[in-house]
Design a protein around this ligand. Structure first.
Ligand code: ZN
Length: 51
């Protein structure tokens, strides 16, 4: 399994707009796939850290 167990959160900080939010694993994947929800900038796994 590649996914972290439930309850594993990440802190996302957008490199473009500096929006920060705590996300879980699937949300993290969605952000990497779709970009920042605020400014639509593409984001990479480097924009996430363990909460
Ligand atoms: Zn952004």
């Amino acid at each position: 399994m590649m996914y972290m167990p439930d309850g594993t959160d990440f802190t996302f900080v957008c490199p473009e707009c500096a929006e920060s939010m705590v996300v879980n694993g699937p949300m993290r994947d969605a952000l990497i796939e779709n970009g920042c929800v605020v400014c639509a900038s593409s984001v990479s796994s480097q924009s996430f850290s363990r909460a």
